[in-house]
Structures are given as C-alpha cells and as structure tokens.
Ligand binder design. Structure first.
Ligand SMILES: *Cc1c(COP(=O)(O)O)cnc(C)c1O
Length: 370
C-alpha cells in the first residue's frame, strides 16, 4: 500500500457527522458572508492565541498583504524576512510595493537567524516578518528586542504554526500582529481557502475589518474610507474550521508524538532529524529531515510507494522574479545549503504507526544500500 505525505480524507472521515451538521447549519441559516460563524471563529482563534482580536480574510497570503497595507508599508519601504519559506511570505511584501530583505537562517531550526537582523536594518526598514517555519516558532524575543530598538513592526507569518508555543506563549501573541492560513493542508485547514490576522492592537483590527470589505466604514456600506480589498473568510469555511479547532490541540499532540517516533527510529542514520528548541513546542506542520543524498532518497522512497516532499528547493533570494534585488548564489549560504538537503516525510495526525515504521525501515534500507 502506498503511503501519502498527508491524508486529508482520513481526517474528514473522523469528523464527518459534525462537519456536515455545521455545513447544513450555515446553508439553512442563510448568512453566507461575514455572519455569526466567522465572528465566533475570530473570537475562538484570538482566545487560543491569547490576544484580543481576530480578523478573518480570504487566505493566508491576503492576511499578510492586508496587515502590511494596514500598517502603511509600501513603496520605498523594506521588510526583513527569511528566504527559506513559502513564496507568499515575500510575495506579500512585494505586493504592497515594499522590498523584501532576506537574512540567512539557522540551519538547525530553519528559522531566520535573529543575530543577522541588526546589520540588515536601514533607514527604510519598517518591519520584520519572521516565519514559524514547519511549525516551530522563530526566536521571537530576539526579534522583538531588535524591533523595539529600531521602532519596527513585527508581523508573524504563523501560517504553518497555529497552536505552537514559544516560552509558554502561543504564536500569534508574540509580534504586533500574526497571520494564519486555513489552506486545507495546514494544521488547521478548511475545505477551501481561508486566513486570519490576530492582534492586540484595536485600531489595527479596525483598519483590517474595513480593508477586507473595500475600505468601507463601519457606519455605512456606501462610505469608503480607503481603497481596500474583497477578502473575506466565508461562513461555510468558518463553520468547518470551528469543528476542527476543537480538535487542534489533540491533532498537534498526535503530530508531536509521531514525530518523536520518527526521531527514535531514524536515530542511528546519517540523516539529521528535526531540531526542537527546548523553550518551544514544535507542532510539526511538516516533519523535515536533512541528508546529503536527498534526491536519491526521494527516488528510493517513491520506488517503495512512499511519498515525500521537498520544502523548499529554491530559497526565495534566488527566485528568478527577485533577480533584480541583487542576490547571487552564495549570498545566503546556509539557506542555500539547506535547500539542497531537506525532505519532508509523511506525517499527519491520523497516520498509522505502522506506516511510520515502514517509512523508517525504507530509509534504513536506503542507507544500507539495498
Ligand atoms: C501557506 C502559507 C502562506 C499562504 O497561505 P495561503 O492561505 O495559501 O494564501 C504564507 N506563508 C506560509 C509560510 C505558508 O506556509
């Protein structure tokens, strides 16, 4: 039997009755956009993070774009971020007309190296956009300290990390604002697109609520205070996400336990298993190993019916569309090195333990040369 990288249907089957009931409730209720389900989900996600406000939007990319826009970041401004992330992180910076500035990463945790931040700050720098990559929080105290010194905004790209903790605090509560994605494969995923911004800043939340509906004022649908967007989370997705949110902690716990099992089974091999910093809880959106023989191992697993994934083969500073920024091969050596070595193994909350054992045995056989 083939082993997929993830299996969204297995999860659906486990919550089918509740999901169908929630969907039916929305359909019968007759409110399909910005109704009670979105409002309730906003409150529940904000509460999970320990912050005051949640603003549901159409997807995680829009969450990033809207928050950058709402903070007044635009042409001429620079935003410091990591090159080792999904394209949307840097794309959102470019989308508002600002320039992404990439700093190198810690090759163990894959997160941006906070000790590199100070030397990349210029008079144009407006914000830092750390990503909690693969589900492990970035070094947020160091990021916040640098930001405070220089008066910068900090926006967490928490799209892969809902529920993860840093020094006892949830991601989403660590910067000035944070963005989540509810893309189906994320740890909290809907059956379509969705996203949310969370923040303690009331005036920012108010701006975001306006921007997502064409810059409309709360007083009147026909008075527009800004050039906005049409970027709303819909009621159907919110209703589904509320069913799933009740199980998020359990699912993240299942991922963590299964990651531990991989760690144990892969211990004596020439692969580097994920590094989990002692002061944070990693929620393993992806289980990433590193090996010099990455491409051969991908092929070997495939021949044995096991899916794997490469995240991310091209660091963003080397993307063709960013050529004009002036980075070259060698500019950010640690990100470049890691991009040649990383590989995601199958992991999802419902993955059977036997599947993990079979994946691990197949990796063993690869290194034994059979
Ligand atoms: C998924 C993701 C996004 C974008 O979210 P969408 O909902 O797909 O728009 C942004 N940043 C990171 C790190 C992501 O993993």
């Amino acid at each position: 039997m083939n082993i997929p990288l993830m299996d969204l249907k297995a999860q659906y089957r486990s919550i089918r009755d509740e999901v169908l009931k929630a969907v039916e409730g929305v359909l019968e209720g007759g409110r399909y956009i910005l109704g009670p389900e979105v409002k309730a989900l906003e409150e529940e996600v904000a509460a999970l993070c320990g912050v005051d406000h949640g603003v549901g939007v159409a997807n995680g990319t829009d969450a990033l774009v809207l928050v950058l826009d709402a903070l007044g970041i635009g042409p001429g401004d620079e935003v410091i971020t990591t090159p080792f992330t999904f394209f949307a992180t840097a794309e959102s910076i470019s989308r508002v007309g600002a320039t992404p500035v990439f700093v190198d990463i810690d090759p163990g945790t894959f997160n941006l190296d906070a000790s590199e931040l100070r030397r990349r700050i210029t008079p144009r720098t407006k914000a830092i956009l750390p990503v909690h990559i693969f589900g492990q929080p970035a070094d947020m105290d160091e990021v916040m300290e640098v930001a405070k010194e220089s008066g910068l905004w900090v926006i967490e790209d928490a799209c892969q990390a809902i529920g993860a903790e840093y020094r006892g605090r949830k991601v989403g509560s660590l910067g000035h604002a944070a963005c989540f994605s509810f893309f189906p494969t994320k740890n909290l995923g809907g059956y379509g697109d969705g996203g949310m911004i969370v923040t303690d800043d009331e005036s920012l939340a108010r701006k975001l609520r306006s921007l997502r509906v064409h810059g409309r004022t709360p007083e009147s649908k026909y008075i527009n205070a800004a050039i906005g967007y049409n970027s709303r989370l819909d009621e159907l997705q919110a209703a589904v996400l509320r069913v799933k949110l009740r199980r998020l902690e359990q699912w993240n716990g299942d991922r963590r336990r299964k990651a531990r099992l991989y760690d144990e089974l892969l211990r004596d091999l020439p692969v580097q298993t994920p590094v989990e910093a002692a002061d944070r809880s990693h929620i393993y959106h992806l289980y990433i190993i590193q090996t010099e023989k990455r491409d051969e191992l991908v092929e070997h697993l495939k021949r044995h019916g096991i899916a794997s994934g490469v995240y991310y083969p091209i660091p963003l500073h080397l993307q063709q569309v960013y050529r004009s920024l002036g980075y070259r091969e060698g500019s950010l050596p640690r990100a470049e090195q890691v991009a040649k070595r990383t590989l995601a193994l199958p992991l999802y909350p419902e993955i059977p333990e036997e599947s993990i054992r079979r994946v691990a045995e197949t990796v063993h056989r690869f290194f034994e040369g059979s």
